[in-house]
Design a protein around this ligand. Structure first.
Ligand code: ATP
Ligand code: MG
Length: 384
């Protein structure tokens, strides 16, 4: 069997007890502790959790691109069967060039503002070994594959001449050009509006099936994760507190933190829907909780035991795990807050709108005397 075959059988990503620390003013802050997870080839895995829980750190550590004050303090990360801790400089470059690709939140920052999209697409193929014209042709063809309907125009454009959604398509095209085993998307749609977000997520799902790449999808947006991912991991204060198939985990959470996150979601999607709840308090400073469960200080189910015994990852059946002593009592989690009523004054003749648009139109001029009409005759008012 060749090396290639061997690596094709290994999971796209395997983290075993991965721990990461950042050094700040001479002190080590542990931000990931003993994170273990596995993403099979072609699988989509969602990583969710509050801001600061360590999601991006997972993505950076597994490529060994942590900032200078960050280091892997324990455990292993294997990408397509390769242990990234063991790779020498050349093998590491090779792994980053071929096996893994990353798409960030802000496509504008991922693209070079001073080069045309065509030049940047061609460069990706040049790095992969193609020559001038071939690199350009392959770049243009890849834009077609990410459903850009006018690849020639986009190739000739500078990034600022494209919408955010279009820019993100270009970044995804660049990521897929190397046919990676693992595609990491770190909040890829946070900067996009809702309809564009839906389009981009749909595109990622289609491309995953076409390209067979595994996806690590990092997001605050639980609805997006539910629609895109097979399995989900919930990260809290650098620990994986719950893991399982997406559908089961979202419909029947087995960790109070997951339940709390779900109660923060506006289910009905409009004002007047079921009252939202929140999770009281704030995530702990990394490394500040050394005993018991990291979530205990904010948990409505916590008992004395939770403050002294750190729960293991309990196997709760059906491929699910929960790091909660009381994983079978999550349905009893009390409400944490009452949603305050919102007072909206009655509309009347004496109410001056805060914002009033009347017949607003806006046109952008593109190279070659082409115009895009971005707004056409828009009128609206917004009351206090
Ligand atoms: P977000 O949802 O806001 O993107 P995240 O889950 O991606 O958050 P990380 O960016 O991985 O979180 O950060 C995890 C923890 O590490 C946070 O407490 C953060 O403040 C800290 N941290 C991140 N980068 C550094 C750094 N370079 N130096 C010191 N601490 C850092
Ligand atoms: Mg992040």
């Amino acid at each position: 069997m060749t090396d290639r075959n061997q690596s094709a059988e290994s999971p796209a990503l395997e983290l075993s007890r991965l721990s990461v620390a950042y050094t700040v003013r001479g002190r080590d802050l542990p931000v990931l502790s003993d994170v273990s997870l596995r993403i099979e080839r072609g699988e989509a895995y969602g990583l969710v959790g509050e801001s600061g829980s360590g999601k991006s750190t997972v993505a950076l550590a597994l490529q060994r691109v942590l900032p200078p004050n960050g280091r892997i303090s324990g455990g292993h990360a294997r990408v397509a069967g390769k242990d990234v801790m063991e790779l020498g400089a050349a093998a590491l470059r090779n792994m980053r060039a071929n096996d893994v690709a990353m798409v960030f939140q802000d496509p504008g920052k991922a693209l070079n503002p001073s080069l045309t999209v065509g030049r940047q697409m061609a460069e990706v193929y040049e790095i992969l070994g193609a020559s001038g014209t071939e690199a350009k042709d392959r770049g243009e063809a890849m834009l077609g594959r990410v459903r850009i309907s006018d690849p020639a125009r986009v190739m000739a454009s500078f990034p600022h001449q494209l919408s955010g959604g279009m820019q993100q398509r270009v970044v995804i095209a660049m990521a897929l050009a190397k046919d990676p085993a693992l595609l990491i998307l770190d909040e890829p749609t946070t900067g996009l509006d809702a309809t564009i977000e839906a389009e981009v997520l749909d595109l990622v799902d289609t491309l995953r099936q076409e390209f067979g790449a595994a996806v690590l999808f990092i997001s605050h947006n639980l609805a997006a994760v539910a629609s895109l991912c097979n399995r989900v991991g919930v990260l809290y204060a650098g620990k994986l507190v719950e893991e399982g198939p997406a559908r089961a985990l979202f419909s029947d959470p087995r960790h109070p933190y997951t339940a709390g996150l779900l109660r923060c979601l506006p289910r009905a999607g409009f004002k007047g829907g079921p009252a939202l709840d929140n999770i009281p308090g704030f995530p702990p400073v990394p490394g500040s909780i050394t005993e018991g469960c990291v979530f205990a200080p904010r948990c409505g189910l916590a008992e004395d035991r939770c403050r002294t015994d750190a729960p293991p990852l309990y196997d709760v059946g059906d491929g699910r795990g929960s790091r909660c002593h009381f994983h079978d009592r999550v349905d009893d989690l009390p409400r944490m807050s009452e949603a305050p009523p919102v007072n909206v004054p009655e509309r009347g003749p004496n109410v001056e709108p805060v914002l009033k648009l009347e017949h607003l139109s806006k046109t952008y001029k593109l190279p070659g005397n082409r115009n895009v009409q971005a707004l056409r005759d828009v009128s609206l008012t917004l009351d206090p």
